[in-house]
Design a protein around this ligand. Structure first.
Ligand code: 6R9
Length: 692
C-alpha cells in the first residue's frame, strides 16, 4: 500500500476554498474518521467495485480537476453531447461579484445545440430507439402505458409541428399546466425542439396563482388537460384554467389557444366546459401532424425554460435556465449521483411542475437514455403499499423521492413495505428538505434492505441540478448528511459578515464561482436576481440555506434562513401566504411562520389580526384557509390559524417573528428578550389564546 499512499499524498493538495475536502484524504489513507458514532454507513465492496466513482480517491482526482480547470473538465464532458457547432472561447465567463458590476454567467456560448435532439434523436441514433423511454403508471392500478424512444420522438414531433403551425417560434413562451401524464414531458420536449421556452406550472396551483404566472410570462398558448384523478379525487383542471384565462384576459393578457388533452379516465369530453375559438382538443389536432420535425438549433445560452419559485417577498420569481450548461449539468449529475447504468429503471416521484421533475424526471434521465417511470397518482393510493407495488411492477432500480413521503409511509407500518420484494432496488435518493436520521435509517434499512446507498441530494430550483450529494459507493454515508460537493461546486460556509469559515462550523451556505447548471437571471427582473442572491454576501451565490460542516468535513443542511417555509418539500414564501390572508376582507394583518411537523417537515402556522369589530369564529377560520387555497393552492393552506387581537411589534412597528415562532412551537420558556416590544403584554395575550 505504500505506493498507493504516495500517490494519494502527491495529489492531496487542493486549491484554497475547497477546505472541506482534505478530510476525505483521511478516508483514502485508511484513517478512521473523527466521528465516534457508529453512524458511518460504509458502502459494500460489491457496490463500490461496480460504481462509476468507486472511491474517495477517484472522486478527489476528478473534483480537483473540476475546480482547477473547470473549462477543461466541463468541455470534455460537453463533447459527449451533440453540438451542431462547437462552443467558442472562453468556455465560460462569469461575474458573481456584485462589487465588480453586473452579475452574469455563461457557459458554452456560441455552441449550437438542441436538448430535445440530445434526449431523443441522439439516443435513437445510438441504437436505443426500441428501448422504453417512459413507463406511465396511472392513478388507478392496472391503468398504464409506455413509449419507446422512437415513439416518444414521434409524439414530440407531432406536437412540435402543431405548435409551429399555430405560430409558436423560437423564444416564445408556452405555458404548460398538466398533471403527470406522458403528455407533460412530451410538451416540454416539443417546446425545446422548436426553441420555445416552456413554463410549467404545477397543476396543484390555484387559478389565481396560474393567472399571475400567465400575466408574467405572457404565453401564446396554454397546454392543459380537462381533468385528472389523484387518489380518490377528480380535479377539474380545465375549470381552473378557464378562470385563470378569464382573469388574465381582464388584465390585458390574452392567450390565443388553450390546447386541452382529453384525459378520459378522469372526465369525458362531453362534460368539459369549452370556450369556442380558443379551446382545442389535443386529440383532434396533434395526431394529424407529421411525426418527424426538424429541430430548431439554438445557442447554448438561449433560454430553455422558466420556472416560478417562491422567495421571501410576495411575488413568485421566474427562474430562467438556458440550454447548453443545463443540459450538460443535469445529465452529468444524474449519471454520477445515481450511479446510473443503461440497465437501470429509474423512478422519481416528483411532479414535473417542480424543478426536480424538470431536471430528474425529464432532462437528466432522458439525456442518459434512461427508462423513466412517470406516475400520475398519489404514492399512498389505493393503499400505503402502492410505491413498492410500482417498484416491483417495473423492476425499479433507482428510486428518488422526498423525506415527507418516507416519513408518511414509515407511519403506516413496515408490513406495507415488506409484503413487496423490492429486490430490483439498488440506489435510493432523497430531495426537497433535510432528511432526518430516523427516516433515513428506515429508508435505508427497511426499504433498501441495507444494500442501497441513499443519495441525499441538496440543490434548488436556481441551481438546476445537484450541488451537494453523496456519490453512491464512493464514500461512507452519515444518515442525514448530504456529504460532499458535486464536481465543479465550491460550497462555502460564511458568517453574518460574509467571511468564509473553515473546518468544523455552521453558518450560511454560499457557492463560490459558477457551474454550468446555474440559473442565469430572474425573468424580466435581473435586478431582483442580483439583490436576492448576490448582495447579502458579495462575491458569492447565497442559497438561503443554513449549513454546518462536521469534523469529518460532511455537510449538514439545516433549513432555510430566510422567510421561506418548506412544507412537504414545497417551497412557500411566508409573504405569499400573508398576502393571501390579508386579501380576506375580515383580515387586517397576518404573520406566518413555519413550525416543525412530523410528516411534512414544516407546517404553516398563521397569526391573524381581524378587522375592528369582527369576532373570531370557526367559520371565519375555515374561510381564511379557503382564501389561501384559492389564491395559492391546497398545498399552501395553513394548518393552524391563531387569532391575534394584536401582534408583537417593536416600537418601530416590526413584527417580532422570532417570538411568534416560539409561541407557534409552544417553546414558551424560550421567548428570549421581549423588552423591546412596544407592548410586551401582547405576548401573554397570544399565549392565552394559543389553543382556542
Ligand atoms: C430541489 C428542490 C430548494 C430548497 C433548498 C433547501 C431544501 C432541497 C434538500 C434540501 C436539505 C436536501 N432542500 N433538497 N434541504 N437537504 N437534500 O427541492 O428545489 O423546490 O427550489 O427547494 O429545498 O432548503 O433551499 P426547491
Amino acid at each position: 500500500t505504500s505506493n498507493h499512499l504516495r500517490h494519494v499524498e502527491s495529489m492531496s493538495t487542493l486549491p484554497s476554498g475547497a477546505g472541506q475536502i482534505p478530510k476525505l484524504n483521511a478516508l483514502i489513507l485508511g484513517e478512521a474518521l473523527a466521528s465516534e458514532e457508529d453512524d458511518l454507513i460504509v458502502p459494500s465492496q460489491d457496490f463500490s467495485a461496480q460504481a462509476h466513482i468507486p472511491s474517495p480517491h477517484k472522486y478527489l482526482e476528478m473534483y480537483k480537476r473540476s475546480i482547477e480547470d473547470p473549462a477543461g473538465f466541463w468541455s470534455d464532458i460537453a463533447s459527449q453531447f451533440y453540438w451542431k457547432q462547437k462552443w467558442g472561447q472562453p468556455v465560460y465567463s462569469e461575474n458573481l461579484d456584485i462589487r465588480k458590476g453586473r452579475i452574469h454567467i455563461e457557459w458554452f456560448k456560441g455552441g449550437i445545440t438542441n436538448i430535445c435532439y440530445n434526449c431523443l434523436d441522439k439516443n435513437i441514433a445510438a441504437g436505443n430507439g426500441e428501448k422504453i423511454a417512459i413507463y406511465w403508471e396511472g392513478n388507478d392500478p392496472g391503468v398504464d402505458a409506455s413509449l419507446t424512444y422512437n415513439q416518444l420522438l414521434q409524439r414530440v414531433c407531432q406536437l412540435a409541428n402543431y405548435l409551429k403551425d399555430i405560430g409558436i417560434r423560437k423564444g416564445d413562451a408556452v405555458l404548460i399546466y398538466l398533471p403527470m401524464l406522458m403528455e407533460l414531458p412530451i410538451a416540454m420536449l416539443a417546446c425545446a425542439r422548436i426553441g420555445a421556452v416552456h413554463s410549467v406550472v404545477f397543476a396543484g396551483f390555484s387559478s389565481e396563482s396560474l393567472a399571475q404566472r400567465i400575466m408574467d410570462c405572457k404565453p401564446k398558448v396554454l397546454i392543459t388537460c380537462n381533468a385528472v384523478r389523484r387518489g380518490p379525487k377528480t380535479i377539474h383542471l380545465k375549470d381552473i384554467v378557464d378562470t385563470a384565462l378569464a382573469e388574465s384576459a381582464q388584465s390585458g393578457t390574452v392567450v390565443d389557444v388553450c390546447l386541452t388533452y382529453e384525459n378520459d379516465t378522469a372526465l369525458k369530453k362531453e362534460s368539459t366546459k369549452w370556450v369556442e375559438g380558443r379551446d382545442t382538443w389535443w386529440q383532434d389536432v396533434v395526431p394529424k401532424y407529421p411525426d418527424t420535425c426538424d429541430v430548431e438549433w439554438v445557442d447554448a445560452e438561449d433560454p430553455l425554460f422558466l420556472l416560478y419559485t417562491s422567495g421571501s417577498t410576495g411575488k413568485p420569481k421566474g427562474v430562467l435556465h438556458t440550454t447548453g450548461g443545463y443540459m450538460v449539468y443535469t445529465a452529468t449529475t444524474f449519471k454520477y449521483a445515481f450511479d446510473y447504468k443503461p440497465s437501470d429503471i429509474y423512478w422519481c416521484t416528483a411532479d414535473c411542475g417542480w424543478i426536480t421533475g424538470h431536471s430528474y424526471v425529464t432532462y437528466g434521465p432522458l439525456l442518459n437514455g434512461a427508462t423513466v417511470v412517470v406516475f400520475e397518482g398519489a404514492p399512498n393510493y389505493p393503499d400505503p403499499g402502492r410505491s413498492w407495488d410500482i417498484v416491483d411492477k417495473y423492476k425499479v432500480s433507482i428510486f428518488y423521492t422526498a423525506p415527507t413521503l418516507v416519513r408518511s409511509l414509515m407511519r403506516e407500518g413496515d408490513e406495507h413495505v415488506t409484503r413487496f420484494s423490492r429486490k430490483s432496488l439498488r440506489v435510493l435518493g432523497s430531495v426537497g428538505e433535510p432528511i432526518n436520521p430516523s427516516a433515513w435509517r428506515w429508508f435505508f434499512n427497511l426499504v433498501g434492505e441495507s444494500r442501497c446507498p441513499i443519495s441525499d441530494t441538496w440543490w434548488q430550483t436556481e441551481t438546476g441540478g445537484f450541488m451537494i450529494t453523496p456519490l453512491p459507493g464512493a464514500w461512507p454515508q452519515k444518515p442525514g448528511s448530504a456529504t460532499f460537493p458535486f464536481f465543479g461546486i465550491q460550497p462555502v460556509i460564511v458568517d453574518e459578515k460574509g467571511v468564509e469559515i473553515e473546518g468544523e462550523c455552521s453558518g450560511y451556505l454560499c457557492v463560490k464561482s459558477s457551474w454550468p447548471g446555474a440559473f442565469r437571471t430572474l425573468y424580466g427582473d435581473h435586478e431582483r436576481y442580483e439583490t436576492t442572491y448576490f448582495s447579502a454576501f458579495p462575491g458569492y451565490y447565497f442559497s438561503g440555506d443554513g449549513c454546518s460542516r462536521d469534523k469529518d468535513g460532511y455537510h449538514w443542511l439545516t433549513g432555510r434562513v430566510d422567510d421561506v417555509i418548506n412544507v412537504s418539500g414545497h417551497r412557500i414564501g411566508t409573504a405569499e401566504v400573508e398576502s393571501a390572508l390579508v386579501s380576506h376582507h375580515q383580515c387586517a394583518e397576518a404573520a406566518v411562520v413555519g413550525v416543525e411537523h412530523e410528516v411534512k417537515g414544516q407546517s404553516i402556522y398563521a397569526f391573524v389580526t381581524l378587522v375592528e369589530g369582527v369576532p373570531y369564529s370557526d367559520d371565519l377560520r375555515k374561510s381564511l384557509i379557503m382564501t389561501v387555497r384559492k389564491q395559492i393552492g391546497a398545498f399552501a393552506a395553513p394548518d393552524k390559524i391563531h387569532w391575534a387581537p394584536s401582534l408583537p411589534k417593536t416600537r418601530s412597528g416590526k413584527i417580532m417573528r422570532r417570538v411568534l415562532r416560539k409561541i407557534a412551537s409552544r417553546q414558551l420558556d424560550e421567548l428570549g428578550d421581549i423588552s423591546t416590544l412596544a407592548d410586551p403584554g401582547v405576548v401573554d395575550q397570544l399565549i392565552a389564546l394559543a389553543d382556542g
